[in-house]
Write a protein that binds this ligand. Structure first.
Ligand SMILES: [Zn+2]
Length: 345
């Protein structure tokens, strides 16, 4: 919460540190489709969006993809500790917004990430991205200590300790400082991360209904706005094969893996926008893959195992798209086929 003494101290301590490292870390670029390497089971790689307010989800995913050490569950757990997801508050010592930035720290890390023309700690996008930027700088800092033999321990633990007590304290003690508050903070964030981490392998959280070979990639029963087959493309005007099925759904709705498998591709592609491809191995003697397209955010990374119902990303309108929808494809031996019979439509 905003009155949390530990968090407030962390931002103040971080402010002094941040001024020193800023020139090195200010220009780390982040693309919408960039996702870190698979850190599942290490730093809680895949976000379970159930407890994240939907309007903040794209930012949590984006901020959690700036560096491999800081994943979306880390970002989410910290926001919970800082503000309890309540925006608009200022703590008694002056920490502001979702991520509870102190004004001095904000000066260093804040940017107009949401593109609304102002840099404001009460703009959720600006706040969450600044938090990711700051976390990543701390992670780099502690990895520098480790490589020089000046500190030891898991990078995430040392990063969280730095966030709470300042990196100087981690350097001084060569690890997590023996402060009760700091130790408590590390334990608290790691415990909260569990709640925000999806089970990314095994059976997953969903099931494939009887009589279907694939589960629906969206919950509920969203309308099919354009079926598979020949059509005039809404943007290019060219008559050609529509290689998938379109579901009309609002931006930000979670997209679910239709069957367990391995992510073979996750990133931005021309036309498809943010796209994830999952290989499901052999079904009925054929190699089967599914693809999920035009997403506003990607929640998995290449090589990651997913279960039925794992959230692979969020509905969006990236690439050649006229509005928010999911373009869902099924491939048999690399050929696009009609997804309808696969999902019982
Ligand atoms: Zn489509």
């Amino acid at each position: 919460m905003s009155g949390n003494g530990g968090s407030t101290v962390a931002w103040v301590a971080g402010g002094a540190f941040a001024l020193v490292v800023m020139p090195v870390f200010m220009f780390v670029g982040v693309g919408a489709g960039d996702v870190g390497p698979d850190m599942s089971g290490v730093n809680g790689g895949t976000l379970d969006p159930k407890h994240v307010p939907p309007q903040y989800l794209p930012w949590v995913l984006k901020a959690g993809s700036m560096c491999p050490q800081i994943t979306p569950p880390v970002i989410a757990a910290q926001i919970e500790a800082e503000s309890g997801w309540i925006n608009g508050r200022t703590s008694p010592v002056g920490a502001q917004g979702l991520s509870q930035f102190m004004p001095g720290t904000w000066k260093t890390w804040g940017r107009d990430d949401d593109g609304n023309g102002r840099v404001n700690p009460f703009d959720p996008g600006d706040a969450i991205m600044a938090q990711g930027r700051y976390d990543c700088a701390l992670a780099e800092q502690v990895e520098g200590y480790k490589s020089r033999g000046r500190a030891s321990g898991p990078t995430l633990d040392l990063t969280l300790a730095s966030y709470n007590a300042g990196p100087g304290a981690v350097l001084k003690y060569g690890g997590i400082p023996p402060y009760q508050e700091t130790r408590g903070y590390v334990v608290k964030i790691k415990a909260a991360m569990a709640k925000y981490t999806a089970i990314a392998s095994g059976p997953g959280t969903g099931t494939i209904p009887a009589g279907q070979r694939l589960a629906m990639p969206l919950s509920g029963n969203p309308p099919v706005t354009s079926p598979f087959g020949m059509r005039v493309h809404p943007i290019t005007g060219v008559h050609k094969l529509h290689t998938g099925m379109d579901f009309g759904v609002a931006a930000g709705v979670p997209i679910l893996a239709a069957k367990e498998g391995v992510v073979t591709s996750a990133g931005m592609e021309k036309g498809y926008g943010n796209r994830v491809i999952v290989s499901h191995g052999t079904i009925g003697g054929k190699q089967i893959s599914t693809t999920y397209n035009h997403m506003s955010a990607i929640n998995v990374s290449r090589g990651q195992r997913v279960g039925v119902g794992t959230v692979v990303g969020l509905v969006g309108s990236t690439g050649y798209s006229t509005g928010a929808h999911l373009h869902f494809e099924v491939q048999e031996n690399g050929q696009y086929v009609n997804p309808a019979p696969w999902i019982g439509k």
